[in-house]
Design a protein around this ligand. Structure first.
Ligand SMILES: [Ca+2]
Ligand SMILES: [Ca+2]
Length: 310
């Protein structure tokens, strides 16, 4: 992160969130091969489902990895509708350009049926929906075509989420407003939709030029009246404790509901996901204003990695 950069757009941003249906967790992941550890960094298949973009599966075969596969096991009877995939090496934009990214993937289900889907060459999460829901206990994801990297020859996938027909376990955000946003940099973007992507190391960061984040806010729009009583969040930059220490976190926030009423919630200055209960409320929006800030050791920006209501 380079938080000293000036704000690209001051004021309120409206950002449509990516719809998230139910997500099913894989019980086990295997691969045709994986690249051996180097300098303490691993490239094992489980890195593709650990909820972090900084960790990746990289195949370890000769050549560019065509035909390499990951197999994700899921509970029997799962009805898979699609996948959300972060193709390539997401540790930084530079790394992403240097390693091959999948261009076409074949999905094979437990009954032997297959679907082939294409990806665009962009450093964005891509949601691929199947032609139909597949009742299955596994899905094998095989690389059929790649976009070449500029430096390396081993294909990478940083994260895959499986989408099934179940409904989301939290109230879905339809849109966000924010007081400010840190501009994109070599590590990626700080868009508010990152707080609902199920990824611990993607985050929204406020972009006020001089402040530490106190008084900044993120507003979640549910698109209609919902009943809520719980806030779950990952405070600060999640996924890695050293990264977490560097940026600002919050310790107290005010929730402002669509009728103008407010409730104050205490938030722990804590690295892992946390849930706070509050008095049940019917509302179509919640603005979360950060009243108190705990300082990071390197960057003076307040970040939130996950934030959702139940
Ligand atoms: Ca990962
Ligand atoms: Ca996230």
């Amino acid at each position: 992160m380079k938080p000293s950069l000036p704000l690209v757009a001051a004021g309120v941003l409206l950002v449509a969130s990516t719809a998230s249906a139910g997500r099913v967790k894989s019980t086990q992941v295997e691969a045709s091969s994986y690249y051996p550890p180097e300098n303490g960094v691993t490239y094992m298949p489980k890195n593709a489902t650990d909820g972090k973009l900084a960790t990746s599966w990289v195949e370890g075969e000769e050549g560019s990895g065509l035909g390499s596969w990951l197999k994700l096991h899921v509970p029997a009877g799962t009805k898979l509708e699609g996948v959300k995939i972060w193709g390539g090496l997401w540790a930084s934009y530079d790394y992403w350009t240097r390693a091959p990214r999948p261009k076409q993937l074949e999905f094979k289900f437990a009954d032997g049926s297959t679907e082939v889907l294409d990806l665009e060459d962009k450093m964005e999460a891509q949601t691929l929906m199947f032609a139909k829901a597949h009742d299955t206990s596994e899905v094998r994801v095989r690389i059929k075509a790649i976009y070449n990297g500029t430096t390396w020859f081993d294909s990478a996938i940083s994260e895959i989420q499986l989408i099934d027909t179940s409904t989301s376990d939290h109230v879905e955000a339809k849109a966000f407003n924010v007081s400010s946003k840190l501009p994109d940099d070599g590590d990626g973007n700080y868009n508010p939709a990152n707080v609902v992507d199920g990824v611990a190391d993607s985050m929204w960061c406020e972009g006020s030029k001089d402040g530490d984040g106190q008084g900044e806010w993120i507003e979640v729009d549910f698109g209609g009246q919902k009943s809520i009583s719980e806030l779950t969040l990952i405070n600060g930059v999640g996924g890695d404790l050293n990264a977490w220490k560097k940026s600002n976190r919050t310790t107290k926030a005010t929730l402002t509901f669509s009728d103008g009423s407010t409730q104050v919630v205490d938030i722990k200055d804590f690295f892992l996901p946390q849930t706070t209960k509050f008095s049940p409320k019917q509302t179509s929006k919640v603005r979360v204003t950060f009243d108190e800030v705990s300082k990071g050791v390197e960057y003076n920006d307040l970040c939130v990695s996950e934030l959702y209501f139940k």
